[in-house]
Design a protein around this ligand. Structure first.
Ligand code: CS2
Ligand code: MN
Length: 365
């Protein structure tokens, strides 16, 4: 696996040189943030991002995300132009040497939480989700702005957009996704860009909007839309793991074994009730996901793609973008790396023992 870290560009309070100081860190996950959604990303902009990361001693490993224009998700006639722009962006990324691209297909809102700085027992703060609170929230009144949301919409435009989805069923959203995938993946194959869809977070419908990338059956259905290693998953343990029905290590073994995991987000969540959870430290003991099993699964299927610690808590007085501080994500990276080293070495030792046994057996025989 290749250890990576998300960086939000020059605006990010977490500097590239700090990221570089995390042991084992070699790759950056980033994006071009000033091109409007749906427009082509200019090659020069990608090259200059890549160059900046190079100068800091790392490489641009993954783009997260090339956002999918809402007209594509809504299946409007204008989607064809946006799809052709998306194809060109993929070609430009490949030309600049980027070969993994993450995206999601969530209508209007990206990841969603009911509170951004909930205090845990140790006084660190974290992101939490409580469905009862979300149900009473009106996303249109501007009260709630999450770091992952596109804030370029004015309230009226947002209301209209949410309204447009009123007529879209889950099945229709699947059709629109299929249309997109069938157009995008042949280009991705051609230029060898591995596409990685991010699961819906949380993995259920919110604000009455359909969400479909949520569980094992749906991931299966998604992969069948186009059978190619270039049509793969960003396996986000925290997003999928918010639902107790998702057995994370089993799903990872299943999809990874089939060669369809192109990118991994490692994050732990603690399920606190029905459709409620809080984000916690990466450590297995802290949450509902067994990170040892997650890393073992990656080792077993020989994952050689990028992995990043996903969100972290805010610790040691750090302020900044909720979920995306330096310290807790750095601790997460070091922990995950440590687990992986332990797993890899114990496997090597036991297979060395095994070889020794067979040599002895042969000699005896
Ligand atoms: C989030 C998302 O869970 C996550 O990784 O931070 O913003 C994620 O980057 C997007 O949904 C991917 O398209
Ligand atoms: Mn994620």
């Amino acid at each position: 696996m290749k250890l990576t870290f998300r960086w939000y560009g020059d605006e990010d309070p977490v500097k590239l040189e700090y990221i570089r100081q995390i042991p084992g860190m070699t790759g950056i996950v980033s994006a071009i943030y000033d091109v409007p959604v749906g427009e082509i990303w200019p090659l020069e902009a990608i090259l200059s991002l890549k160059e900046k990361i190079h100068r800091a001693g790392m490489e641009l490993s993954v783009i997260e995300s090339v956002p999918v224009h809402e007209d594509i998700k809504l299946g409007l006639p204008s989607r064809d132009q946006y799809i052709s722009n998306y194809q060109q962006t993929l070609r430009n990324l490949a030309e600049a040497g980027v070969h993994t691209v993450c995206y999601n297909f969530m209508p209007v809102f990206d990841w969603t939480r009911s509170a951004l700085s909930f205090p845990l027992d140790d006084q660190s703060t974290t992101l939490v989700y409580d469905h009862d609170v979300i149900r009473k929230m009106n996303p249109l009144n501007g009260d709630l702005k999450l770091p992952g949301w596109d804030t370029s919409y004015q309230n009226e435009a947002l209301a209209e957009l949410v309204n447009q989805y009123g007529q879209i069923s889950e099945e229709q959203l699947w059709q629109h996704l299929e249309y997109f995938i069938r157009a995008i993946i042949p280009v991705a194959e051609d230029v060898q860009v591995k596409m990685a869809i991010h699961p819906d977070d949380p993995p259920w419908s919110i604000f009455g909007l359909p969400r479909i990338i949520t569980n094992q059956d749906h991931l299966e259905r998604f992969l069948r839309l186009y059978d190619s290693p270039y049509n793969g998953l960003c396996f986000c343990t925290g997003s999928l793991g918010a639902s107790p029905q998702n057995d994370i290590p089993a799903m990872l073994r299943h999809f990874g074994g089939a060669g369809r995991v192109n990118f991994v987000h490692a994050r732990n969540v603690k399920i606190t009730g029905d459709k409620s959870f809080r984000e916690v430290a990466h450590l297995s003991d802290a949450g509902s996901i067994d990170m040892y099993e997650v890393m073992s699964a990656l080792y077993e299927f020989g994952f050689d793609g990028p992995l990043r610690p996903d969100h972290g808590r805010m610790i040691w007085g750090e302020t900044g973008r909720p979920g995306y501080g330096l310290y807790d994500r750095a601790l997460g990276a070091v922990y995950l790396n440590g687990l992986y080293e332990g797993i890899a070495k114990s496997h090597r030792e036991s297979s060395a023992d095994h070889t020794k046994d067979t040599v002895v057996a042969k000699e005896i025989g």
